[in-house]
Design a binder for this molecule. Structure first.
Ligand code: HAM
Length: 419
């Protein structure tokens, strides 16, 4: 146990972490362009926030939360997603009193006690955005287009954008009745979870992974069969805005999503290459959530994408990221006399913003050159006792395989010009 990390978690090591940094920087850049500001909320919140926000009948709240009682006897939960926390921050910090809409983004770890497999972890990372304070269908389209923009800039191919409208509190009772009518004759054959959902939230049955429930639900009425006129026209406008900017989508009237807060627009982005865990991102509108969490009635919409799943898809599609290489310079030494000069030069280079490294294990020159190669250094400065006494050092270009003597006094400028 001491040397094993908990199941469903990952160490992200140098070599791999550069891809994460690249993705995160790309997401931040897109956020700057679309006018989103970063929010950092705690990784744990009061359990009640998720129970109320995400929904009592969801898989997340029913069986996937990391919940514990802290030493002060409070029920605390590691955040399973970012939306409820962003809403809590919006309400608690009275962001509703500022000019609307408020556009926030976050990047960070989320926690779900899920069955781990490729692309599904117990600690995973989301990049997400939330827009508070506008009910305009153009915002729905902007959020969706932004998600697609990010995938495109990463270079992901063959993605499918599924969109649906799940209606609002006006159309829900009609849908609920239609769904109950459909499921009532099959009630005994539904899984125990869905038998409970039949009364509490029959829409959730459509999202059940159980094969029997899926079969029974195959011909159930869909959300689009019950939309009120306002939801219908909102959905039409969202589609027309997406058409206007050339974002392709599939209307998927069975798309429900695993969270209860959605109203009207719901969407999910699927990658074909990563098997069962095909959802690389998803989101939707949640016009009732802010009020549910104690704020003034305020519309909201957002999405989140899973960074692990994006990296997995990129890997399966053979996409590489432009990641930075090893140090620009490695300083090799011959003889102990030059150690202090090497150390001084190392610091001078770093202070000029040049990535530099030296040996700290007393290796032979041959071993140092080999090590510099392993680090992928572009230049090696070789400080030999005899050369240093003459006020020079040899600089070797590792790619070109050429070397030349350079005066020690002009070394930093020489390296700067070369790198
Ligand atoms: P979600 O669909 O539950 O939505 O999660 C969003 C994305 O997180 C998924 O599409 C997937 O890429 C990734 N993901 C989810 N669970 C796991 C897991 N166990 N392991 C690896 N990746 C995972 C939400 O969380 C909503 N808060 C999105 C949202 C924001 N809706 C409105 N605003």
């Amino acid at each position: 146990m001491l040397t094993t990390r908990p199941r469903g978690t990952n160490d992200i090591l140098p070599g791999e972490v550069e891809k994460w940094q690249y993705l995160e920087e790309l997401a931040r850049q897109v956020c700057r362009e679309y006018g989103y500001g970063e929010v950092r909320t705690p990784v744990f919140e009061h359990t009640e926030l998720f129970a109320r926000g995400v929904g009592e009948t969801t898989d997340i709240v029913e069986k996937e939360m990391y919940t514990f009682t802290d030493r002060g006897d409070r029920s605390i939960t590691l955040r399973p997603e970012g939306t409820a926390a962003a809403v809590r921050a919006y309400v608690e910090n009275k962001l509703y009193a500022m000019p609307q809409p408020i556009k926030l983004f976050y990047i960070g770890p989320m926690f779900r006690y899920d069955r781990p497999q490729a692309g599904r972890y117990r600690q995973f990372h989301q990049f997400g955005v939330e827009v508070f304070g506008s009910d305009s269908p153009a915002v729905d389209a902007e959020v969706i287009a932004m998600a697609m923009d990010i995938y495109e800039r990463i270079g992901l191919k063959d993605l499918e954008l599924h969109i649906n409208s799940v209606g609002c509190p006006d159309c829900r009772p009609i849908l609920r009745e239609k769904l109950q009518e459909h499921f009532r004759p099959h009630l005994a054959n539904l899984c125990p979870n869905c038998q409970g959902r039949f009364e509490r939230n029959p829409l959730r049955i459509l999202d059940c992974k159980n094969e029997k429930c899926q079969n029974i639900g195959r011909h159930a009425p869909t959300t689009l069969d019950a939309l009120c006129a306002a939801c219908d026209s909102h959905f039409e406008l969202v589609k027309s805005y997406l058409d206007a900017v050339g974002v392709q989508y599939i209307v998927d009237n069975r798309l429900v999503r695993g969270l209860d807060y959605y109203t009207r627009t719901a969407f999910e982005i699927m990658a074909r290459d990563i098997g069962a865990q095909s959802s690389v991102g998803g989101g939707g509108r949640y016009n009732g959530l802010i009020e549910e969490c104690g704020g003034p009635p305020t519309p909201g919409i957002g999405f989140a994408l899973g960074l692990e799943r994006i990296l997995l898809t990129a890997e399966r599609q053979g996409i590489t990221f432009p990641v930075t290489r090893g140090p620009a310079v490695f300083i090799a030494t011959v003889g102990t006399e030059v150690e202090k000069q090497a150390f001084t030069l190392l610091q001078q280079l770093r202070r000029q913003g040049i990535a530099a490294e030296k040996d700290y294990l007393g290796r032979s020159l041959k071993a140092q050159m080999k090590y510099a190669g392993k680090l992928d250094a572009r230049l090696v400065i070789i400080l030999g006792e005899e050369e240093v006494a003459r006020g020079v050092a040899v600089v070797r270009d590792m790619q070109a395989g050429e070397q030349q003597e350079v005066p020690m006094g002009g070394m930093v400028d020489y390296i700067k010009a070369k790198s």
